[in-house]
Structures are given as C-alpha cells and as structure tokens.
Design a protein. Structure first.
Length: 232
C-alpha cells in the first residue's frame, strides 16, 4: 500500500518537508498581486507524520488538527472520486474566520519515482486530488488532475491553474503554485516551501475563509511513495 515519504531509522517515522533548502518562489500573476491580500504561512514545522504537530498559521487563520490516519476504506466522493476510490488522504480544520471549517482531501498517484534525497519536491503530474471544506453554509470543493481542475466556491466554479514560473523568471517542471480564476482572479497559493496565499480583496469574509481552507489542503498535500513492503 502507499505510504508517505519517510525518514528511515529507529523509532517513530516522520515525513521531512525540507523548507530550509531555498525552494523556488512562485511568480505571482499581475492580476493577483494588484487585487489581493497576502496571507503568510508561519509556525509551520518541517516535520510531518503520525506523531508530528502539523498545525500552522495562515495569516489570521489557524490550520490545526491535521490527521493523516486515512486509508482507501474511508468514504470520499468529491470530484474525481465520485466513481472510484482514493488511495491516500488527510483531514484538518481551519479556525479564525468565524465558524471552524472541516477540511478533508483525498488523492491518488499513478506513478511513483521518488528518491529519499529529493523529499522537498512535490509531484503533481500523475496526481489526482480533491478537497472539501464543510461548515458555515454550502461546502467548498477543489479538484485537481491533468484532465480536469476546478474550484467550486459560493456557488461559482473557477478554473484551477498550475503556475510553473518562478519569481526569478525561470520555468520549472512541477507547479510552484496554483491560481484560481473565472475571468478575474479569486486568488492563488504558493505550494513551494512553507507557502503563501493570496485572496481577492473583493471576497466576503465567509468566502475568504473557505478559499483559505481549500488552499490549506494544497499546502498540506504530500505525494505518497512506495514503501519497501509494497514490493513483497
């Protein structure tokens, strides 16, 4: 079965997310930069796993109670998983924007090509992913795959577009972030490093909280890898 990337050794197993390796920064689309407020990610640990505290701050919000104790037997029927099972997933909560929102994400990765020396990378090319945030009215959903990517928020469906350009002007092979738009931008999220979020200043408080909850799901996503046991 699929497992998170882990550091091999005695004792509890953890995932290392190497924020200290100067990962590339995302080039912020001009339409986002001009019309958005920026939410910085703070107090985020570089450790992940069953015994790690993965809580962090996202601007005025708190992402907390991250739970990766999830397997394919857990029910999930959002977006691309309406007619098939996911293989991995996690849950979390977002507080600080009124009612606490409950987020859940599921994913399936078709190919595995991971090297433990490259644990800071995030692979999206063969990934299918969906997230849902519940609470305070209608649920908000996100779906990502190479074939179909969208965000549904407050009754409106937006395009979820990967960003491959860094702020240094180079193009990279994996997304360093994503933008959400339908004509005008709703916002964007940088998934490289600790992360950042941009939210349109035109959004009401409830919609900002739900968008932040979905973006938190993208920030928390980790690609699964094949454990040695999978070869048996």
């Amino acid at each position: 079965m699929h497992k998170d990337l882990r550091v091999l050794g005695a004792g509890p197993l953890f995932v290392v997310v190497a924020f200290g390796c100067a990962p590339p920064k995302m080039a912020v689309p001009a339409g986002v930069a001009k019309s958005s407020e920026v939410l910085e990610v703070t107090d985020r640990s570089g450790w992940s796993g069953a015994l790690a505290d993965e809580d962090f701050k996202l601007g005025r919000y708190a992402v907390k109670d991250v739970d990766r104790d999830w397997d394919s037997s857990s029910g999930f029927s959002i977006g691309p998983f309406a007619d098939k099972k996911a293989t991995a997933g996690f849950k979390y909560q977002l507080a600080g924007g009124g009612a606490t929102l409950k987020g859940s994400c599921a994913s399936e990765t078709e190919e595995q090509s991971w090297d433990l020396a490259q644990t800071s990378e995030i692979s999206w090319g063969a990934t299918t992913m969906a997230c849902s945030c519940e609470g305070s009215g209608d649920s908000a959903t996100l779906a990502w795959s190479e074939k179909a990517s969208e965000v549904t928020l407050a009754g409106t469906t937006y395009e979820l577009e990967p960003i491959y350009q860094t702020d240094g002007g180079s193009q990279v092979s994996e997304p360093v972030g994503f933008s959400v738009r339908k004509g005008d931008f709703l916002g964007a999220v940088e998934v490289s490093g600790a992360g950042r979020v941009w939210l349109s200043k035109e959004l009401d408080d409830t919609t900002k909280a739900k968008a932040s909850c979905l973006f938190a799901g993208l920030l928390l996503y980790q690609p699964p890898t094949v454990n040695d046991d999978d070869d048996d």
